[in-house]
Design a protein around this ligand. Structure first.
Ligand code: FAD
Length: 408
């Protein structure tokens, strides 16, 4: 290639004040990420390989247990620190995929901390904190239940001291990199409950046992974005799990799931911020390097302004994410829900605008894998769909914050 590639401009992204602890976390994560360059992430995306080396390194430094209490060998930290971790991982060049590769490992054990039995916690959480066992997969979505999650039909039928699980899940990520799956299933059909949010229960599924029983088959979904992190269809047929696999209260799993959801949404927003930042940096580097008509393309305002606007949008959304993260401890679920949904909506849109500006800045090279920005654009597009769509985030803001009539 005659055009310089892979250089990154230094764009000041220190726009929010950090606590001393956040600074320490940032420096440690930056240090780990510096061993995994853009080529590593490009190759993982192209080969469709899960980044085991990177995840193992984070585990070795204890970061997968960041949210676990110290009594289970965790770091006992909270959302304020997780947003720093996720932003740094994505901004390092790994993008949304890199953050997603560890997202489940950090978040899926949270329901166990709050609702798991003492036996379950004592057995599993220290192993999760040390990276010896992973709960990377969370199974909620079904072919007929995405945004409308209470329409799930996967059933868990009580038989003696066991539950028998039948049904289908779709889009379940990281099943290949996980020892356990947190499964959300119906213990009472929707037609038989007073409220559609009732009759739903969370289970901890030992995946090896499920395969050994011949009661679980998985099929990888062929998708374009986030090549390094795979998503699967899951087919359960007569899977037997002990009663002790229930996480928390039978029938109350939907409400348990809502607990911690806003904090997780802030982590996703931080992943979008990191992605937007690395897209802006890559675009700026190229705008300075590439000369057309005898001058750097960055001197054209048609190139400069979209990058400047993207930077402003990403940093504005970052302010919102960090502000919300700092309020998690003392705010109600309602208050954090409002902030988390606004932050996720703004961060995903800002990341998309940044990645799009970076692609446009690269001209034809914008679609060449070697320049990374095409990957950032695919990932940024995905952030507008998961874990909830932008429309559903707006529904939340419209209906629960602005008190407008419900659409469903
Ligand atoms: C790469 C990837 C990874 C994923 N990983 C996981 C995972 O690990 N575990 C898991 O459980 N799920 C996972 N999901 C599923 C994800 O959470 C769902 O795709 C998402 O919730 C949307 O559901 P859906 O795809 O069924 O879209 P639908 O619910 O069918 O919606 C389709 C469109 O209609 C819009 N829409 C629907 N209802 C309304 C309304 N009332 N108002 C306005 N607009 C509306 C939606 O916003 C969307 O644009 C993943 C998805 C992807 C793509």
């Amino acid at each position: 290639m005659i055009v310089p590639c892979g250089s990154v401009a230094v764009v000041n992204r220190d726009t929010v004040p950090l606590t001393d602890q956040q600074r320490l976390v940032r420096d440690s994560i930056r240090d780990i990420c510096s061993d995994f360059d853009r080529e590593y992430w490009r190759e993982k995306d192209e080969a469709g390989e899960y980044p085991h080396e990177f995840v193992d390194e984070l585990a070795a430094h204890g970061w997968l247990g960041v949210l676990l209490p110290m009594e289970y060998d965790g770091a006992g930290m909270g959302t304020e620190e997780v947003v720093v971790i996720m932003e740094e991982i994505a901004a390092s060049g790994g993008g949304f995929s890199a953050a997603q590769a560890v997202h489940g490992a950090i978040y899926n054990s949270v329901p166990l901390v709050t609702y798991g039995s003492e036996e379950m916690k004592a057995d599993l959480l220290p192993k999760v904190a040390r990276g010896e066992k992973s709960i990377q997969a969370f199974g909620l979505t079904e072919p007929n239940a995405g945004s409308d999650s209470t329409s799930i039909e996967t059933s868990a039928t009580h038989e003696g001291d066991e539950y028998v699980i039948d049904g289908q899940k779709i889009w379940i990520s990281r099943v290949d990199a996980s020892d356990y799956l947190v499964l959300v299933a119906r213990t009472t059909p929707k037609s038989e409950v007073e409220k559609h949010t009732l009759g739903i229960t969370m289970f901890l599924i030992d995946l090896e046992d499920a395969y050994d029983q011949g009661a679980l088959e998985i099929s990888q979904i062929d998708k374009t974005a986030s090549g390094a992190v795979h998503s699967y269809e899951l087919f359960f047929e007569g899977l037997r799990v002990p009663e002790t696999a229930v996480i928390g209260e039978v029938g109350n799993g939907f409400y348990q799931m809502l607990d911690g959801l806003n904090e997780e949404r802030l982590a996703i927003a931080a992943e979008c911020i990191g992605l937007g930042e690395v897209a802006v940096e890559t675009g700026v580097a190229y705008a300075n390097d590439r000369e057309v008509f005898g001058r750097a393309i960055g001197s054209n305002q048609a190139i400069q302004h979209p990058l400047a606007e993207a930077h402003a949008r990403v940093q504005a959304a970052k302010g919102m994410v960090y502000n919300a993260a700092s309020q998690v401890e003392e705010s109600s679920r309602q208050e954090i829900g409002a902030l988390a949904n606004m932050a996720k909506f703004l961060a995903a849109d800002a990341a998309f605008a940044a990645a799009d500006a970076a692609v446009q800045t690269h001209g034809g090279f914008g679609v060449a894998r070697e320049y990374d920005v095409e990957r950032y654009l695919r990932e940024a597009r995905l952030t507008r769909l998961v874990p909830i769509t932008q429309e559903l985030a707006l529904n939340y803001i419209g209906e629960r914050v602005l008190d407008l009539p419900r659409s469903y």
